[in-house]
Design a protein around this ligand. Structure first.
Ligand code: NI
Length: 386
């Protein structure tokens, strides 16, 4: 099945689409499920699809893939590179989608053996837009009620053939920020007749790091990253405003809310002292931390040991990346793992969200097998408990 999975991944890789705009992607998913004879519902939350496999009455478990891409111009030298300018599957969600379609095909072959129902959730808009939350609101965890959910992410830090994860908090609580610093523009040669938002914004960028270095317990983790800085057009004009944006991370939602409160106070205070005005927004919904249910990490580790070998399952420290998978695990027990794709020979060593991000596709059938076994084993366990 490897060639089929890789083929799908390459087709998806060529048509990257941003959150809630994944129309071609969604269509490819629906066509593939239809070809496999698997019933599906959709679109849910704009472009999401939920497929259902059932061997009759019994418990229900869910497997989830995210399907969206990033606003990045691809620099990876691959024959199936992005056909959409300024869009790239730089976070491997094309792989997640293809692996879950692989699991769909594998589980379809064994549908009569299923001790209940498997829902396959193809979710839009993971990248900052909380597609998981909308899927939850649309009821994908209900009717029949999902009792366990599993997800995975391609993991450049871990070699191909291995997986990583942990019990408890695995990924960080995540929020985003937009800041507008308003001054008064004018001639660059007469700064005293202006209120300069560029200098003020520069101080904000630097000072925000003080929240982490001076106000967060050194033994706890926090991140504030300013990732865009836009203002001005030319060499001799001080612009009227500067726009900043970025993200903040903590291992708990409370920690995240603390960072957001202090960011607002810092920005407004620094702006005021420099005679500017500032607006701070935290758009969308904060992602909670992704917390793995300990018993399900134990199960994932056991299955990983059987399929990949005991030495191929890594206990990972928590990671400050965020995942909207957290919205599912807020409601039902779940486990999220990292699937190794690192291969020095192939050059699949670039980080997630890098324009040269590359995947060792040998990992894809392993992800499919893990997905399928997570579901099969969970249904057996839950059916036995009844
Ligand atoms: Ni991702």
């Amino acid at each position: 099945m490897s060639g089929w999975i890789v083929g799908l991944r390459r087709r998806l890789h060529a048509i990257p689409e941003l959150g809630y705009e994944e129309h071609k992607t969604s269509q490819l998913i629906r066509e593939t499920l239809t070809e496999l004879g698997i019933p599906w519902q959709g679109p849910i939350a704009e472009t999401g699809v939920v497929a259902t496999l059932s061997g009759g009455r019994g418990p229900c478990v869910a497997l989830r893939a995210d399907i969206d891409a990033l606003p990045i111009e691809e620099q990876a030298d691959v024959p199936f590179r992005s056909q959409h300018p300024g869009r790239m599957h730089a976070c491997g969600h094309d792989c997640h989608t293809a692996m879950l379609l692989g699991a769909a095909r594998l589980l379809k072959q064994r549908e009569s053996e299923l001790k209940g129902t498997v829902k396959l959730i193809f979710q839009p808009a993971e990248e900052g837009l909380a597609g998981a939350e909308r899927m939850c609101h649309a009821g994908v965890l209900r009717d029949p009620p999902v009792e366990r959910i599993f997800g995975m992410h391609v993991w450049p830090a871990t070699p191909t053939g291995q997986m990583a994860g942990r019990a408890g908090t695995f990924l960080a609580a995540t929020g985003f920020m937009h800041i507008v610093v308003e001054g008064v523009g004018g001639h660059a040669a007469m700064p005293h007749l202006t209120v300069d938002p560029v200098c003020t914004a520069a101080k904000i960028v630097v000072e925000l790091q003080t929240i982490i270095s001076r106000e967060v317990d050194p033994l706890q983790s926090g991140v504030v990253s300013v990732t865009s800085f836009h203002g001005g057009e030319t060499t001799n004009v001080i612009p009227g405003e500067v726009r900043l944006s970025g993200t903040m991370r903590s291992q708990t939602l409370e920690g995240l809310l603390f960072l957001q409160r202090r960011i607002r106070e810092f920005v407004e205070g620094i702006a005021a002292v420099h005679r500017c005005r500032a607006r701070v927004e935290f758009p969308g919904t904060n992602f909670p931390a992704t917390v793995n249910t300990p018993a399900l990490w134990d199960l994932a580790r056991e299955i990983g040991s059987e399929l990949l070998g005991a030495e191929s399952v890594q206990e990972s420290p928590p990671v400050m990346g965020g995942e909207d998978f957290a919205f599912y695990t807020q409601q039902v027990p779940g486990c999220f793992i990292g699937l190794g794709i690192r291969n020095e020979e192939l050059g699949s060593t670039w980080g997630l969200h890098h324009p040269r991000f590359l995947v060792d596709e040998a990992a894809l059938p392993l992800g499919t097998a893990l997905h399928a076994e997570f579901a099969l084993r969970s249904l057996r366990e839950l059916a036995t408990e009844r």
